[in-house]
Design a protein around this ligand. Sequence first.
Ligand code: MG
Length: 95
Amino acid sequence: MTIAEFQRMIRDKYYATDSARGAPGTYLWFVEEVGELAHAIANRERGKLDQANLEEEFADVIAWLATLANICDVDLEKAIADKYIKDGGPAGYKA
Ligand SMILES: [Mg+2]
């Protein structure tokens, strides 16, 4: 499955309710999922790894990111390609 296919699947299933909720409310859902991912990573660091939960939270974060992109009319695959692939991507890295 490509990123574009995933974003389209999310749009097909959820766009009606997501667009009615709007970007601000949806952003809160997204951040809540980022918090759940942080908790799963923290548990991993504490030696209490739940790999299935960790994977679920990664999936939730990308699903809500796709939802936000749909509401904001952003083509995620194009945005990623433009920033990270085109012309070799950004120079440097965060240490
Ligand atoms: Mg979650």
